[in-house]
Design a protein. Structure first.
Length: 259
């Protein structure tokens, strides 16, 4: 966001002191008005969560969505989802992950996914980027809105927010206790809707300190590596199997049999 600076200055006009006294109040008032304008402009310019990357990705998502086959599983989330090999979870699937996204961004884009109405399930993995922006109560409110937006007949799977390695350089301390509290709230919220379930891979991903195991992330304490993804994939697959009663790929095979 560009900043507007207001500089107080005085003009030293040639001529009488009386002329100076007449002009100075005018410039003082003008600068005061400009300063007020500066404050208003700053106040009316929100810290947007919709990044340029988000906008670019949504362009392609809109191109894709009309051709998503019936019964496909949609994966919606942030960079951790964007890096997920969704076909390793479910063969007939689409990856709608967008790096740096938040619950606010997800809520804004759900309306563009008409394919949710014909999806076999919608998997939502979002929230870690919200931690620096809003409290848990506000995040849970957004989870509730997401639940209300996904079509009523579509199974909804939330992934619990994955643990962090607080020993990593850029991770703030005490994030994991807050994440555990948030996940507990999400589980309680999801329990109010019979089509909703939560996949929590925390126990499999953490070490004996309660942090994301260093062997499961790329070194930044947040993003999973191949081994970490394998654990998350297995947990997601198990839950989708329990919903569908079919093995991975069965939805794709049933679609092919109709053609």
């Amino acid at each position: 966001m560009k900043k507007i600076s207001c500089i107080l200055f005085s003009i030293q006009p040639k001529g009488s002191i009386g002329m100076h006294r007449m002009i100075l109040p005018f410039f003082s008032q003008a600068c005061a008005l400009l300063a007020l304008l500066c404050i208003q402009v700053h106040a009316q310019t929100p810290d947007t969560e919709i990044t340029e990357h988000y906008k670019r990705m949504m362009t392609y998502h809109r191109y894709m969505d009309g051709n998503i086959p019936e019964g496909a599983v949609l994966f919606i989330g942030d960079s951790i989802t964007q890096g997920l090999c969704t076909v390793a979870v479910w063969e007939c699937s689409v990856n709608y992950g967008i790096g740096s996204d938040t619950t606010v961004g997800v809520l804004q884009r759900l309306a563009d996914y008409a394919s949710m109405a014909r999806a076999g399930a919608v998997v939502v993995a979002i929230g870690v980027n919200d931690l620096a922006r809003r409290d848990n109560a506000a995040i849970l409110e957004n989870y509730q809105k997401i639940m209300e937006t996904v079509p009523a007949g579509t199974p909804l799977v939330f992934s619990a927010v994955l643990p962090l390695d607080e020993r990593a350089k850029d991770i703030k301390e005490d994030r994991n206790p807050r994440i555990r509290e948030l996940n507990a709230g999400l589980a309680s919220l999801c329990a109010t809707d019979e089509r909703c379930s939560v996949v929590d891979a925390t126990a499999a991903l953490t070490d004996d300190t309660g942090n994301l195991n260093p062997g499961y992330h790329v070194g930044d304490g947040v993003h999973l590596n191949t081994a970490g993804y394998a654990i998350w994939i297995a947990a997601l697959r198990e839950q989708l199997n329990s919903i569908s009663g079919k093995k991975p790929g069965a939805l794709l095979e049933s679609i092919g049999s109709k053609e």
